[in-house]
Design a protein around this ligand. Structure first.
Ligand SMILES: Nc1ncnc2c1ncn2[C@@H]1O[C@H](COP(=O)(O)OP(=O)(O)OP(=O)(O)O)[C@@H](O)[C@H]1O
Length: 300
């Protein structure tokens, strides 16, 4: 998929199994939304093909649309409509919708009953959008950053909803910038960057089950450019040093007391003042940063 000079999706090939939750991760501009929009039938692939439930999302849209639910990154409701009106309208377009009152209750939409869509808070819009995607009892739901901007309680509710959908055999494809969300919800994660697939696996496979020990060094002033190479040289062959962002480094390998002492020595010799030096295991965020080479702060 190209937009003028930009190649947004570039030979991406992936399959999602029915009844699973799949998370598509990637830095800003990686091509996640374009990929989802192609699956939803909003965009026609310029090359390659896409099938959803065995159907072509554009040529067979009439058959496919009643069977999928879509939550866009933004928009999707009339600006003057109130949440209950919007939800009832979408329900009326489906053959066997969920009772709108049930979703209103679950997603806390009753509180915005009298407010026009354009005046809803960001989190209320998100919750309405999700309710609209689910109301038709879809077999597959595509949700683009479903919990962006939600408060912690609303986020938890959305997670519970996705877990219920999976139990009911619904296929969920979501994008997110929250690594804990992907780790908790997804059966399978696909990491994409520059429109290409760079890693796939279950959260356990990608993090190797949390068995890779690490030392995380966080500083208050940006590292000098030579810091990763200099620290790697000080620690020897079996240890890998990755710059996660300008203020944090991840040391992977036998992260024991001796390595910790050598990192600390290196800090002293290099005039680096650690804000924290923590032993742990490699999590999904570390894997993401290592693979994409871009800090989450930049990406989120
Ligand atoms: N309608 C458009 N016209 C021109 N360029 C576009 C358009 N939509 C997306 N792009 C470009 O295509 C690339 C992929 O964008 P896309 O929205 O698919 O990324 P994303 O991974 O969803 O990003 P984000 O995490 O920021 O939502 C980006 O470089 C973006 O600027």
């Amino acid at each position: 998929m190209r937009y003028a000079e930009t190649t947004a999706v570039d030979g991406l090939s992936l399959t999602v199994e029915r009844g699973t939750v799949t998370a598509v991760l990637g830095p800003n501009g990686a091509g996640k939304t374009t990929t989802l929009e192609t699956c939803e039938g909003y965009r026609r692939p310029q090359q390659g093909s896409v099938r959803v439930l065995g159907l072509d999302p554009r040529a067979q849209a009439r058959e496919l649309l009643p069977r999928i639910g879509v939550m866009l990154q933004e928009g999707g409701a009339w600006s003057g409509a109130r949440a209950p009106e919007m939800l009832r309208h979408i329900a009326s377009l489906h053959a066997h919708p969920i009772d709108p009152a049930v979703l209103e209750e679950r997603l806390g939409l009753a509180e915005c009953g009298r407010t026009a869509y354009r005046r809803l808070s960001g989190g209320q819009k998100q919750r309405l959008s999700l309710a609209m995607a689910l109301i038709g009892r879809p077999e597959v739901v595509f949700v683009d950053e479903p919990t962006a901007g939600l408060d912690p309680a609303a986020r938890r509710t959305v997670w519970e909803l996705f877990e219920e959908l999976r139990r009911d055999g619904v296929t969920v494809v979501l994008t997110t910038h929250y690594m804990d969300e992907a780790e908790k919800l997804a059966d399978r994660i696909h990491i994409i960057d520059h429109g290409r697939l760079i890693a796939s696996g279950s959260p356990l496979e990608l993090t190797r089950g949390g068995t890779v020990s690490t030392i995380r060094l966080v500083v208050t002033k940006p590292f000098p450019p030579e810091a990763p190479a200099s620290l790697a040289a000080a620690l020897g062959d079996r240890i890998e040093v990755v710059l996660l962002d300008e203020l944090s480094l991840l040391v992977t390998g036998p992260a024991d007391a001796s390595t910790l002492a050598r990192v600390s020595d290196w800090c002293e010799r290099s005039g680096v003042l650690p804000e924290s030096l923590t032993l742990g295991t490699r999590n999904l965020e570390d894997v993401f940063l290592e693979l994409t080479g871009r800090g989450l702060k930049e990406s989120a």
